[in-house]
Design a protein around this ligand. Structure first.
Ligand code: FAD
Ligand code: DLZ
Ligand code: SF4
Length: 527
């Protein structure tokens, strides 16, 4: 197996000779690692050539975490072998290939030059920037080019456009119900299983440290992954993140095993502890499957059917199963719909007009705030943080501190193994930073230290005091929260979901308001 990649330059030469009779070049991207891709379905293994390329442009359009690059490259290399085993001819360019043209488009042009192929086929890329690159090249070159829909999603672009058009407000909950009806997941004679669409009232308990947390599947590196790790070590030495130990799976069968481990060990408590945060416990009862789903190693609908099966077989409760399925057929599909509805331009939205640079501690965890220190340290080590850490710790802080949402977006896109713009940007720009002014969600996810203290054990280990509202020892989230509400009053007061917050502010003594503003200002100046 490892030798296959060692001699790749000469492989490309032999493949080029075989390509004389080929008809189509099928470009397969690093997050399209499934035999069910529409580009492959439109191809013929007898005649067509698949192009896969590790390129500098994809590896550096944001400074990706080392583990993310290693995961993508190793998964690509393993998938190339799977394709060859299935009878395809694969033209695979490694990042260190001396002839590497540096970008996916340039690699396509090189392949066309070096072969007699005249037709290029691909499945729509997940990110707008790549789709735009290919569309404009096709316009100029007049090449025979076909871009197929990505059918790994339940809701097509057209369907989302129709669903959203004419609605005054887009809300995930209603979209989700349509996806339940469409897929039949947890449906019983046209009605939601258990008589309700959503069981969140039974979810979201804080977790205690003494629970026996399950662990996501940890996969030993094989020779291919070991090679990739060495390569990333050398070539991306200054990128963010800890590379080793590297425990992600890199094949479909690894990912399927990870799913099985999740369903058996963590799913039953997924709902209960979905929003909990515990120091030193990065995964809790989360699935840690998003990176596999997003690159194609797991099919999202298949994942949901396995999870649904656990419920019907009596192995997991409805609140956990419904909550999990909602994340995938609800949130995941909904954010993708918003992304394609609003691109280009969505990643530049800035409703609050925030321009503060991202604090440096986002890159090194060097802060005395225990919650941020923990969430960022874990991000550095695992290239993973669960949803509530992303939303209510790193996201909440950036929102309250008035950080430029585009800088926040670029950070999230870089640091998580599961980060691709179509899913990351709506979560950051819309859900977390409210930079779209309320298109995706109905209110900003802003919270003071009280929420963090309720849902985590961070505050007990912090140099700041979560009960103090102002002053040098007060938890910075407290004054920052009220400062945020006062600063943005003209934009937020009319939001019905913040009515209670503004009633509390109206009752607050003037000196307390001023103290919060002074503390917030002093803290922000110290960043
Ligand atoms: P679990 O908690 O086990 O959830 C199960 C699955 O549901 C996930 O694997 C994922 O596929 C899906 N899911 C859950 N929540 C969401 C959501 N809000 N949007 C889309 N899918 C969801 N998810 C990404 O896949 N890539 C990102 O780059 C990303 N960036 C985010 C940035 C911010 C600021 C926030 C608040 C959320 C972000 N999410 C992102 C959503 C969510 O946090 C991750 O999907 C989840 O943490 C991945 O871990 P998991 O697989 O253990 O998920
Ligand atoms: C994330 C990523 C990285 C790091 N490297 C590559 C690469 O070298 N080649 C490739 O085809 N894909 C890579 N990817 C995934 C792409 O960035 C992803 O396909 C696009 O952003 C579209 O979603
Ligand atoms: Fe975070 Fe404030 Fe708690 Fe410290 S006291 S861990 S800064 S919420």
């Amino acid at each position: 197996m490892p030798g296959r990649f060692g001699g790749l330059t000469s492989d490309v030469m032999t493949q080029a000779n075989r390509q004389e009779t080929s008809k189509q070049l099928i470009l397969l991207l690093g997050d399209q690692l499934s035999l069910n891709m529409t580009s492959l379905k439109a191809g013929n293994p007898e005649t067509d050539v698949i192009l896969m390329a590790e390129v500098a442009e994809e590896a550096s359009y944001v400074p990706h975490h080392k583990k993310k690059i290693a995961f993508v490259f190793s998964s690509m290399r393993h998938f190339a072998l799977e394709l060859e085993a299935a009878g395809w001819t694969v033209r695979y360019t490694r990042i260190d290939d001396p002839d590497n043209a540096g970008s996916l488009l340039a690699e396509v042009k090189r392949a066309l030059k070096e072969t007699t192929i005249k037709t290029v086929v691909m499945t729509e890329p997940g990110e707008y920037r790549l789709k735009a690159d290919f569309k404009s090249w096709v316009g100029e070159s007049g090449i025979d080019f076909r871009m197929h829909e990505d059918t790994r999603f339940i809701c097509s672009h057209d369907e989302f456009r129709k669903w959203s058009s004419g609605r005054k407000q887009l809300r995930m909950e209603y979209f989700y119900r349509d996806m339940r009806r469409k897929t039949g997941l947890l449906m019983n004679a046209g009605e939601p299983e258990g008589g309700r669409w959503n069981f969140d009232t039974e979810n979201r308990k804080p977790a205690k440290h003494d629970l026996l947390f399950p662990r996501p599947l940890a996969v030993e590196s094989d020779a291919i992954t070991a090679d990739v790790l060495d390569l990333v070590d050398q070539r991306f030495a200054t990128n963010f993140g800890t590379l080793r130990p590297f425990r992600f799976g890199v094949t479909r069968s690894d990912a399927e095993r990870a799913l099985k481990v999740f369903v058996e060990q963590a799913l039953p408590c997924f709902g209960d502890y979905q929003d909990a945060m515990v120091t030193g416990e990065p995964f809790l009862y989360h699935s840690v499957l998003a990176q596999y789903i997003n690159v194609g190693l797991l099919d999202p609908l298949m994942v949901c059917r396995e999870v649904e099966r656990a419920y019907y077989e009596g192995n997991a409760p409805l609140n956990a199963v419904e909550g999990f399925i909602r994340q995938i057929i609800g949130w995941r599909e909904y954010v993708r719909g918003i992304y394609w509805l609003k691109m280009p331009g969505y990643t530049d939205e800035n409703f609050f007009g925030n321009h503060r640079p991202l604090p440096n501690f986002y890159w090194n965890g060097d802060t005395e705030m225990a919650c941020l220190h923990s969430a960022i340290g874990q991000t550095r080590d695992e290239a993973y943080a669960h949803h509530i850490q992303r939303l209510m710790i790193t996201g909440n802080f950036a929102l309250l501190a008035g950080v430029d949402p585009h800088a926040v977006h670029e950070w999230y896109l870089a640091v998580y193994t599961d980060a691709y713009e179509w899913v990351e940007a709506p979560n950051v720009i819309g859900m977390s930073q409210f930079a779209d002014g309320g298109l995706l969600g109905s209110k900003p996810y802003a919270a003071s230290g009280n929420y963090i203290n309720k849902m985590s054990d961070y505050c007990g280990n912090c140099r700041y005091d979560v009960r103090q509202k102002s002053g040098p020892d007060a938890c910075p989230f407290n004054p920052l929260y009220w400062d945020f509400m006062m600063r943005n009053e003209d934009r937020l007061r009319s939001n019905p979901r913040l009515a209670q917050v503004y009633r509390t502010l109206d009752r607050m003594d003037e000196d307390k308001k001023v103290a919060a503003q002074v503390s917030a200002k002093a803290f922000l100046a110290s960043l």
